[in-house]
Write a protein of this length. Sequence first.
Length: 184
Amino acid sequence: MSNNVPASKSEIFWAFTRLALQGFGGVLPVAQRELVERHRWYTKEEFVEEWGVAQVMPGPNVINLAIIFGARHFGLWGALSAIAGMLVFPIVAIIGIAIVYHRVGDMPVATGALRGMGAVAAGLIAGTSLKMATVLKKHPLGIPVVSLIATVCFVMIALLRVSLVPMLLTLGVLAIYLTYRKVR
C-alpha cells in the first residue's frame, strides 16, 4: 500500500481537477501520472487493480476511480470532492469549447485539429498501457497466461467486434477463476 495519502478533501478536488483538465481523449495516461507518479497515492499495482475495478463498474471509468479513491480517504465527502474536481472546471471548459466549435467547426483547420488530437490520445493510451504492463510480472498467472487472455480479448473486441459485456462475463470470469485457483 502506498504510504502517501491526500491531506484534505480540497487536495483531492484539485488533483482530480488537474487530472480532468488534462484528459483530452482519455484520462488513463493522465490518471496514472497524477495518482501514481506525481502524488504517489497509489503504487503501480494498486492503480492497475483499482482501474480494473473502475472499468467493470457502470459509468465512466475515471469517475468510478474518483469515487473509489475519494471514499477510501474521506468517505462520502471525499468521493464528492473527487467527483466535483472531475466535473466543475471541465464542464465550464466544454461549454466554452462548444461555443467556439459552433462558430469554427466547419473549417478544415478545426477538423484537422480534432483528428490530430485523436491520434495523440490513442498514442498516450497505448504508451501508458505498456508502462502499466510492467506490473504483470507480479501477477499470479504469469506473463504468458495474462498475455494470452489479453490477446484473445483484443482479437474478440477489436477485430471480431464482440461486445464488451460477453467478454467481461467470459474472459473476466475465467481470469478471476484461474487467479483464484493459483493463489488458493
